[in-house]
Design a protein around this ligand. Sequence first.
Ligand code: AR6
Length: 178
Amino acid sequence: MEARVKINGTIISLVKGDITLEETDAIVNAANTNLAGGGGVDGAIHRAGGPAIMEECRKIGSCPTGSAVITAGGKLKARLVIHTVGPVYRDGTHGEPDLLMSAYRSSLNLALEKGLKSISFPSISTGAYGYPVEEASKIAVSTVIEFIRQNKGFNLVRFVLFSDKDLTTYRRALEKVL
Ligand code: AR6
């Protein structure tokens, strides 16, 4: 079941699903610094969007951890893909929270710059990069809420979680932050 709240004119929505099916203006990819593609959500986005996305990624070349770049969405319903790179989790004392915050913020800033009205995020860093979902969800949700309190422009910011467990964890994080 979807959870949604409205803050400062923006709906924040939490759903379980496959982000490649989203129809928001942009979807966010949890990429790596070489924009080289991979498994997880990155693999799914490139498979569903087709080779045009990788062609653009090659031209861009790389993206530092905590930053974001943008490409077209190829065959996806979303017009654009924002590729961001979350931190690899070591033990939480190597700047991981700041870098994760920065990945969300950079993506939102890029979307706002491009005039986008809606954006969908996966749970950045909590798969192959090993960030504990409990901690990552608090950072993800609080960073997005802080951003939309400070910036008008989005109609919809959505988190697309891949499991019931992740959806529940994000929902709890949202309830705590409100
Ligand atoms: N829709 C939504 N969420 C998904 C989907 C999907 N189709 N597929 C997986 N997830 P991960 P990371 C969830 O590993 O931890 C890649 O190889 C997944 O269950 O995709 O940031 C990149 O190339 C998890 O909850 O991203 C990088 O090298 C979340 O997406 C590296 O992995 C993130 O898991 C990035 O690792």
